[in-house]
Design a protein around this ligand. Structure first.
Ligand code: GDP
Ligand code: IMO
Ligand code: MG
Length: 429
């Protein structure tokens, strides 16, 4: 067996959570391989709505094992709240959630560091989710991190206090009263107390050496789906640096984030919205700062699942989509939120960029500083509500033409068209 991969091809929030949930009955195991609580994955069914940050989106199927892999970073405070929300919604999580011992911890002082770093950047800020992502991954790479497996060590408290002091030494260089800074409505001292209490929840969860667990499962014929977080254009290496997240969001991240050999990667499902959104700073060539942009935001309810921030909206960007398909080795595409385009007479799609007087499909190294003008092609909108019950063949011809235009442009088939947030609003082609 091989590990299939599902990941976002744009700037995150493509609808990964929804499709992982839809595909979950086909898999024995769902595994997150990177990112942390900067992710917000929404799942809707039976009139209920859940937003997951750390837990894989397969958790609603009792038969499926969900693994938080070594490449993920975990904030126990967020995880505890997530488990409580699931419990409130009638979902009990215990035996079917496994946590890698090698996953790193996000400490309260990582969140402080993230906040002071962003404030000090002023207008150049990244627009981070302020969840401590960059400082936690920095500690991992600089070999100062603390891991889930360390919770079982007698040295844990000593190492925690050492890391805390090291972080506070940096924070004290800023003219900020960190004791007054608030996280999730709590002043730092109360937040830290709540974080320490939340460690108990993590202690009770089942921990595994996930690279052995997953490879043994593959050898035993089990099927695994790796669930990406963020999106390809936020990848630490290939996104619009420095306006990126701090992990490899692409297929390669599955290998390092789960301990899966490249030869064991199977199908790669690439998810994209029928248009584009971005939350936070950084280049966005097809961004619309007009009525159409506002319409996309309103109709698509484009407000962040993690931070509530309004998302920037724009037309579909085919050169960027091709770039993402290339980096990930996408074998199948899934187009999300087609229903959001129901009210448009005309749709536009970027087919090229123009910069420095040149026409090209290639995203330049200087994408952050260059003014890249998108070359847009206009397509006819379908201008009607789409009904899921009718199936793909019965969809409006203009919607099918939109799908065909994308498929022919990028050379990869679209196998799912999503027309609403609910599990059932999914059309298989
Ligand atoms: P993720 O981070 O990729 O899992 O995506 P998010 O959950 O952050 O954002 C996607 C948003 O779009 C969520 O509010 C979903 O409920 C919603 N959504 C997903 N698919 C569709 C769709 O086909 N149509 C509409 N209108 N909403 C969708
Ligand atoms: P999901 O998994 C959309 C963005 C932030 C910011 C940049 C860096 O729900 O698709 P970070 O907190 O990672 O240091 O922020 O990345 N970002 C996301 N945008 N969806 C996400 O996750 C994101 N995770 C991070 O807005 O611009
Ligand atoms: Mg999201």
């Amino acid at each position: 067996m091989k590990v299939d991969v599902l990941l976002g091809l744009q700037w995150g929030d493509e609808g990964k959570g929804k499709i992982v949930d839809v595909l979950t009955p086909k898999y024995d195991i769902i595994a997150r391989f990177q990112g942390g609580p900067n992710a917000g994955h929404t799942i809707e069914f039976d009139g209920k709505k859940f937003v997951l940050h750390t837990i894989p989106s397969g958790i609603f199927n009792k038969e499926t094992i969900n693994v938080i892999g070594n490449g993920v970073i975990i904030d126990p405070f967020v995880l505890k709240k997530e488990l409580a929300k699931l419990h409130e919604g009638g979902i009990e999580v215990r035996e079917n959630l496994l946590v890698s011992r090698k996953a790193h911890l996000i400490l309260p002082t990582h969140r402080l560091l993230d906040a002071v770093s962003e404030y000090s950047k002023w207008k150049d800020k990244i627009g981070s989710t302020l969840k401590g992502i960059s400082p936690a991954y920095t500690d991992k790479v600089s070999r100062n991190g603390m891991r889930i497996g360390d919770l079982e060590s007698d040295e844990f408290e000593k190492r925690y206090l050492q890391a805390r002091e090291r972080h506070l030494n940096t924070i004290r260089q800023y003219e900020i009263d960190y004791l007054e800074m608030e996280f999730d409505g709590l002043r730092f001292p109360e937040y830290e107390t709540a974080w320490l209490e939340a460690l108990d929840v993590l202690r009770k969860l089942k921990k595994v050496n996930s690279e052995y667990y997953l490879n043994n499962a593959l050898n035993a014929g089990k099927s695994i789906l790796a669930e990406g977080a963020q999106g390809t254009l936020l990848d630490i290496d290939f996104g619009s640096y420095p306006f990126v997240t701090s992990s490899n969001t692409i297929t390669a991240g599955v290998c390092s984030g789960l301990g899966i050999a490249p030869s064991k990667v199977g199908r790669v499902f690439g998810i994209f919205k029928a248009y584009c959104t971005r939350v936070g700073s950084g280049p966005f060539p097809t961004e619309l700062q007009d009525e159409d942009g506002n319409l996309l935001r309103d109709l698509g309810n484009e407000y962040g699942s993690t931070t509530g921030r309004p998302r920037r909206c724009g037309w579909l960007d085919l050169p960027a989509l091709k770039y993402a398909i290339m980096l990930n080795g996408v074998t199948e595409l899934m187009m999300m939120k087609a229903d959001v385009l129901n009210d448009f007479n005309e749709l536009k799609v970027a087919i090229n960029y123009r910069y420095n007087g040149k026409l090209t499909e290639e995203i330049p190294f200087e994408s952050v500083t260059l003014d890249m003008e998108p070359v847009l092609e206009t397509l006819k909108g379908w201008n009607q509500k789409v009904k899921v019950s009718k199936g793909y063949d019965e969809l409006p011809v203009e919607l099918k033409d939109y799908v065909t235009f994308i498929e022919e442009s990028v050379g990869v088939p679209i196998t799912i068209v999503s027309v609403g947030p609910d599990r059932t609003e999914t059309i298989f082609k």
